[in-house]
Every structure is written in C-alpha cells, then in structure tokens.
Design a protein around this ligand. Structure first.
Ligand SMILES: Nc1nc2c(ncn2[C@@H]2O[C@H](COP(=O)(O)OP(=O)(O)OP(=O)(O)O)[C@@H](O)[C@H]2O)c(=O)[nH]1
Ligand SMILES: [Mg+2]
Length: 451
C-alpha cells in the first residue's frame, strides 16, 4: 500500500432522503474545490454558511462548509466537507461539481485507508470504524468505540514492546558470544518468554470475546437421535425450519439458522443425532455434525431427561466429557423435563433443564447463551476484534510455543530468534505498524556496542 496523492470525494451520509447530507473531499485539491464552489476562502476549522455553486455560478444548494488543513484532519490530508440538504439529487449534483474540479469518486473505505496510510490511526482503529457503523447491538457498538479509541492497539503494542525487548536480548546473545554470558540459560529469556505467552493468551481471550460479540456466537445443537435438537432449533427460530419426527435419525444434514437474542447475533446449527450406524448417508451426516461441533463457539449437548444419569453421561459421551478443548464450551441441556421434571444434577458443567416442545426453561437457556457471549460482563476492557486478528494472535502464539520448545530442547539461539521474529510479524499484521527498522533502531540505541 502506498500513499496516494490525488483528490477523492464521496457522499458520506447514508443514501436516500435525510435532513442533512454530507459530501466529503480529501486530497490536495480540497482547498481549491472549496474556494471554487463556495466562491470564498474558508478559514480552516470554522463552520461557514455558504452557497454551493456550479461552474456557471448557479446555486446548487446552501449549507455549512468546513475546511480542515492536513495533517489536522481525519485523513491527514486537506479535507473539505459540505453539509447540505440530504436529497439524493442535490447530493449527486454537489458530488459531480467536486468531480468537475478534479476530484475522483472514492472507493469504499478509502478515507479510512488514507487515514491509516497517513498514520492518523492503526488498522484496528480503521476496522473499528466499520465495526461501529455495522454494530448490531449496543455491546458491539461499545466494543467498537473502545477499539476506535485504541484499546486493542494498546494491548498489541504492549505485546510488541515485550517481544522487541526479548528479541533484543536473544539477538545480542547470538551477536556477542565472546561476552561469555550465557544469555540463553540465565533464566531471563525463559521467564520473559513465558510471561509473553501468558499475556498473549490473555489478549487472545479478550479478542475472541470481541470477535464473538461482533460476528455472533456459533452454537451447535448436538446429541443422540430423538434428543429434541430440531425441536429446539424450531423453537428458538420461532418457525418450522427443521423436520421433526419421532423417528430417530430424522436429521441427516447440518442446518444453520441465524437469529438475534436481545440484539446479539447467534448462528444455531442443528445436526444429525450421533450414533453407530451402517447407513452411508447418516454416517456422512454424523461426520458433518462432528465437524460443526469442533468448530462451534458453544456446544449445547441435548440429553433426554427420561433416560439420564450422571454415570451414563460418562459412558455415553466420553468424547465430549473428557475433551479438554470442549471443557469451556460445553453446556448440558436436559430436554423433555415435561416427562421427567426431576432430572439428576450433573456437577462440573453448566446444566440447563428445558422442554423444547413446551418452551419451558427457554428464558434460562437464552440468558445462559448471552452470558456465554460475555454480554453481562462487557466492560471498559473489552474491544471489538475480527477473525483476522484471532488468526494473527494464534500464529503469534504458535511461533512463541515453537520458540519455547527451541529454548528447552536445544537452547538454539538462532532458531529462537527466528521464531520471535515470526511472532512479531504476525502481531504486526494486526495494527499494521511493525517495521524491521524499528527493531534495528532499538538494538543500536539501547546497546553500547563499541566495536
Ligand atoms: N415430550 C417432549 N417431547 C419432545 C420434546 N422435544 C422434542 N420432543 C419430541 O421428541 C421427538 C424427536 O424430536 P426431534 O426434535 O426430531 O429430535 P432430534 O434430536 O432432532 O432427532 P434426530 O434428528 O433424529 O437426531 C419428537 O417426537 C419431538 O416431538 C420435549 O421437550 N418434550
Ligand atoms: Mg433432528
């Protein structure tokens, strides 16, 4: 991505009719366009009531004109804004006039892109603008504002700072072996690295929460045939999405429905009941069910209240109960409590008794899902994040783990340094800020090399 030096323009307000419509111009021609269209010189950052004219001197509209001289503007360039009457025809005429004076139509997101390229904001902040506009719930909006204010970037910067110091330490150990200090084995690298991994996990958990609130929670309904999964899907979706019968093995394929709970997006997937089978179609369906379960943010394991015991749970679902990666995302939903109102209590997991058919316990289930999305605990410390950020953080953690293995296994400084570099690159993708020069600058300024 390189800086661009032409002038762009766009209608900044939503399409359609409105009380006010805004045309925004950014680039070196902004000032000239403002002077020609308003037929006066605008004082920067001062709202000026003015006519907006075409090249023949006819008034197109009247409104407020604002000029921001770079770098003190949203994009960092000269920016001209005209706030006129919000009719689509008027806005189009104002926009055409800006084009006639040399501006071109902006691509989507190009104002924010320029703000990023001109160091007015980092990538997480630029993305937060889009997230704030697209927010489908109050919580998602609060998180996007936190990211916009730099909360996410600040966390990443702290990690980058710690990583840079660690690289500095490791690379100097490689560069100056004659110093005879066994840098790698003095415990400092070990403890810095494990601190870094812990911090990185914490940021990952926060970012994951942010991504779930932004993108919606992926909930999978799992269980044996006839447990009532499809009935629950229909009840939550409030329509007959899935086929329900009393024949075990009715659902063969996965089926996803998108709903909102108190404005929070939720993607609910019904799956084929899991059992041993010789039927090829059903086997494929069960394989798909297992894949969906693996990828879920939350698994609702539906159990039949009539035939349930705590011991039986262990025997029936060893692959669920004993899997460490399911531990934090598994909820036991005991269905058909209308047939057995006193199901056994099962320690160790969240348990929600319901009747999918009669709607009993659904409010509790919904509250539980909202809580698992972190809705109740949305605080100042949360920020919006995207899958891209999670992917980068995960890669960073992978490289840090590899680095730790190098340190433990062979005390291989060069390989550890390379893993740290890769971890730093992955983190740098999140904010778009890292440059190798930065690291070099740090190394040379803080070490007295003298040789
Ligand atoms: N009494 C009672 N019956 C229920 C309840 N929920 C579901 N059922 C019945 O249980 C049977 C199976 O329901 P489904 O929703 O098709 O079960 P499923 O888990 O999707 O089954 P498969 O698709 O075969 O895996 C149907 O006859 C439902 O009416 C409930 O809460 N109470
Ligand atoms: Mg079903």
């Amino acid at each position: 991505m390189t800086k661009q030096h032409d002038t762009i323009c766009a209608v900044a307000t939503a399409p359609g009719r409105g009380g006010v419509g805004i045309v925004r111009v950014s680039g070196p021609l902004s000032d000239t366009i403002a002077r020609r269209c308003c037929e006066k010189s605008l004082s920067p950052r001062l709202a000026t009531f003015t006519d907006f004219k075409d090249e023949a001197g006819n008034t197109i509209d009247q409104g407020i004109a604002l000029l921001f001289k770079g770098p003190n503007s949203f994009t960092g360039e000269d920016v001209f804004e005209f706030q006129g009457h919000g009719g689509p025809v008027i806005m189009d005429m104002v926009l055409s006039q800006c084009q006639r004076h040399g501006a071109r139509l902006a691509r989507p997101g190009e104002f924010s892109e320029r703000a990023f390229l001109n160091d007015k904001m980092d990538l997480t902040q630029a993305e937060a603008i889009a997230d704030l506009i697209d927010a489908s719930s109050k919580q998602a909006a609060i998180q996007a504002v936190h990211s916009l204010k730099g909360a996410f970037a600040a966390e990443i910067d702290v990690l980058l700072e710690a990583l840079t110091h660690l690289r500095l330490y490791v690379e100097s150990a490689i560069d100056f072996p004659e110093e005879e200090i066994d840098f790698l084995n003095d415990g400092v690298v070990e403890s810095k690295l494990s601190n870094l991994i812990t911090q990185c996990h914490r940021v990952f958990d926060q970012a994951r929460q942010g991504a779930v609130l932004r993108d919606g929670l992926h909930v999978v309904l799992a269980g044996k045939p006839n447990a009532g999964k499809s009935t629950l899907l229909n009840t939550l979706a409030q329509r007959e999405v899935a086929i329900v019968t009393d024949i075990p093995g009715t659902t063969r394929d996965t089926l996803t429905e998108h709903i909102h709970l108190d404005g929070m997006p939720l993607h609910i997937t019904d799956t084929a009941g899991i059992r041993e089978t010789d039927n090829e179609v059903e086997r494929i369906g069960i394989a798909r069910a297992r894949k969906a379960i693996d990828e879920a943010d939350r698994i609702l394991l539906l159990l039949d209240a009539a035939s349930l015991s705590a011991e039986q749970l262990e025997t029936d679902w060893p692959e669920f109960i004993n899997r460490a990666d399911y531990r934090d995302k598994l909820t036991l939903v005991i269905n058909k409590v209308d047939q057995n109102p006193q199901p056994p209590s099962i320690p160790g997991y969240p348990v929600v008794p319901i009747s999918a058919l009669h709607g009993t316990g659904l409010d509790t289930l919904k509250a539980h899902l909202l809580e698992s999305m972190g809705v109740a605990s949305t605080t100042e410390s949360t920020f919006s994040a995207r899958r891209r950020h999670l992917d980068a953080l995960q890669r960073c953690l992978g490289h840090l783990d590899d680095g730790q293995a190098q340190l433990h296994g062979h005390a291989a400084g060069e390989l550890l340094a390379e893993d740290l570099r890769l971890a730093q690159d992955a983190l740098g993708e999140i904010t778009g800020r890292v440059s190798p020069d930065e690291l070099l600058g740090k190394i040379f300024s803080s070490f007295c090399i003298g040789k």
